[in-house]
Design a protein around this ligand. Structure first.
Ligand SMILES: [Zn+2]
Length: 163
């Protein structure tokens, strides 16, 4: 989900608070009330007999019982229109009457730096993983580590710690 961190969280929250998922979905799916939820035919898979697509106004989310597509209004618009997160933000902000600040040169520079850091971290993680798993120098560390966390979690946790 690239782009998510490009904007302050409060802009996303503001859009979420002002946009109703029911309105957005209703533009492309005919919804009927079913208890606290609304149902319609899923736009993401072949769905013609029983409406499998469900929208929950309470949680502002959707779920399809057929293809298991799920998420928020952002996920719906991104998938339904084939948009990037930033484009979705712009579209929903316009819908909600919120003006987004144009991206500055500083924003672009910060993005490039973030990407570079992520690449460096990934590289470092690969290197340490190599030393730990395959190199003789990593034997002691690997032995200690094996006793602490399960093998399946080892790589993941290590990668996370590197960020
Ligand atoms: Zn579906």
């Amino acid at each position: 989900m690239r782009g998510f961190t490009e904007l302050p969280m409060n802009t996303i929250d503001e859009i979420k608070s002002r946009v109703n998922i029911v309105d957005i979905v209703s533009e492309v799916v005919e919804l009927r009330k079913s208890g606290r939820a609304l149902q319609g035919f899923c736009p993401f898979h072949h769905n013609v007999n029983t409406p499998a697509f469900t929208v929950y106004p309470d949680t502002q989310s959707f779920y399809c019982f057929g293809c298991h597509a799920a998420g928020t209004v952002f996920d719906f618009v991104m998938r339904q229109r084939g948009l990037e997160f930033r484009e979705t933000m712009e579209l929903l902000a316009a819908h909600a009457g919120i003006e987004l600040k144009p991206r500055t040169v500083e924003d672009e520079a910060q993005d490039r730096q973030r990407t570079r850091m992520q690449e460096l971290n990934a590289l470092a993680a690969r290197y340490f993983n190599y030393v730990l798993v395959q190199h003789a120098r990593g034997n002691r560390g690997a032995t200690i580590w094996r006793g602490v966390i399960s093998p399946s979690r080892r790589l993941r946790r290590f990668s996370l710690a590197m960020r």
